[in-house]
Write a protein that binds this ligand. Structure first.
Ligand code: CUA
Length: 189
């Protein structure tokens, strides 16, 4: 029997065959991963995420949703509040945001120049403002009071001085302000 005559040869042949098999398996895995990356890359390119909202940063303060008169807090017909804010070197507009207690709040913000960040002290709100994109954050505040809102992305020499404020006021008090003015803020208070 040849198997017994040349046991070393056959076992090395078997080892070689096994090696080739596993080598082909790893090549197939690599090809498959590359194909997946290509397919998802193409899908992502042709069909961007459904909820990404974009805005032209050069036009942000001139026309559309983020013009100055539209910034601040708006009471919606369903009782929720939408806050619109714009970050630019080195301030937020409005620099003081007023929100009511016990109310669903949606913050919509973007940047007119470079990447800034919004962080609201004492909450888990911490997001980047990326020029060209609208950051949407939902929040609810239970207690009244003032919270600091620093820019948390280094945006150049004035970064340290880029601070905003969030003032949480009573729900009824907010309603009174919203009845008087379409956009509420605490700038200049
Ligand atoms: Cu804006 Cu740091």
């Amino acid at each position: 029997m040849s198997d017994q005559e040349h046991p070393a040869d056959t076992s090395s042949q078997a080892a070689q065959r096994a090696e080739q098999r596993w080598a082909s398996v790893s090549v197939v895995i690599v090809v498959l991963l590359a194909a997946l990356a290509a397919v998802f890359g193409i899908i992502h390119e042709t069909m961007p995420q459904a909820r990404v909202e974009t805005v032209d940063p050069r036009q942000a303060s001139i026309s559309g949703e983020f013009i100055e008169s539209n910034l601040g807090s708006a009471l919606e017909p369903d009782g929720s509040v939408t806050v619109r804010a714009l970050g630019q070197r080195y301030s937020f507009t409005p620099s003081c945001i007023t929100v009511p207690t016990d109310t669903p709040i949606t913050i919509r913000a973007t940047s007119a120049d470079v990447i800034h960040g919004i962080l609201i002290e004492g909450t888990n709100i911490n997001t980047m403002l990326i020029p060209g994109y609208i950051s949407v954050i939902t929040a609810q505040f239970q207690t009244r009071g003032e919270r600091l809102m620093p820019c948390q992305e280094f945006c150049s020499v004035g970064h340290e001085g880029m601070w905003g404020k969030v003032k949480v006021i009573d729900k009824a008090e907010f309603k009174t302000l919203a009845d008087k003015s379409k956009r509420v803020s605490c700038v200049g208070e």
